[in-house]
Design a protein around this ligand. Structure first.
Ligand code: DX5
Ligand code: ZN
Length: 216
């Protein structure tokens, strides 16, 4: 049985003054996961929300939470997002820290540990951490902002990452995912499609979610 493609809603581009309602709307629209873009204004030139918001949202839905940490000190924070109820926590491989301990700490805190890589980072960056990785988060835009255009050459790394990770571990694809680009992300081997603007900017979110799924 081939596993299906999952849709994760990034709430970064939702109404940040009504995140409870945004999560509820995404669940009602049929998404499979909630993607939480944590930005500290240092690793990326943008600042979003942190652990308190994630803890406040955890009780809103039983959907899996995927924390995407775009922060300069993931070693300090990553296990806390697992403890706050995130099923997965991804840290950026570009951060100049030793990631093995952080990845193991995420697992010890009960979540799946992942590495995220911006478009300029080669697929080989995942190889050094293979034994400590449960999934990969492949960025198809430069991390930091929603509403950017999908970069096909960034998605082309997925095939190489699939060889490194094997068939079992999931590959999340994040950035510029919309009905016109979802097919390429899936064709390259993506398992989880992360979408923000395409969902929260849609007149009908349920139709937008279904528009991302591969046609039967
Ligand atoms: C960017 C974030 C993405 C982004 C997705 O740094 O990691 O999750 O918000 O938003 P769209 O779908 O608008 O590219
Ligand atoms: Zn993200």
């Amino acid at each position: 049985m081939t596993r299906g493609v999952q849709i994760a809603a990034s709430i970064l581009n939702a109404d940040l003054g009504a995140l409870r309602e945004a999560v509820q709307a995404a669940e009602e629209a049929g998404v499979d996961r909630i993607h939480l873009d944590i930005m500290d204004g240092h690793f990326v030139p943008n600042l979003t929300f942190g652990i308190a918001t994630v803890e406040a949202l955890r009780g809103v839905t039983s959907l899996p939470f995927d924390a995407h940490l775009m922060i300069a000190n993931p070693a300090l924070w990553a296990p806390r997002y697992a403890a706050a109820g995130c099923q997965t926590v991804a840290i950026h491989v570009e951060v100049p820290e030793r990631h093995q301990g952080t990845l193991d700490a995420i697992r010890a805190a009960g979540a799946q540990a992942g590495l995220a890589a911006d478009p300029g980072t080669p697929a080989t960056a995942f190889a050094a951490h293979d034994a400590h990785l449960d999934f990969a988060l492949v960025m198809t835009v430069k991390s930091g902002f929603g509403g950017q255009s999908y970069q096909p050459d960034a998605a082309a790394r997925i095939k190489e990452i699939r060889v490194l990770l094997g068939a079992e571990r999931l590959i999340h694809v994040d950035g510029g995912i919309r009905s016109s680009t979802a097919g390429d992300a899936v064709a390259q081997g993506g398992d989880v499609l992360v979408a923000g603007t395409a969902l929260f900017g849609a007149a009908q979110m349920r139709a937008a979610v279904e528009g991302l799924r591969p046609k039967a």
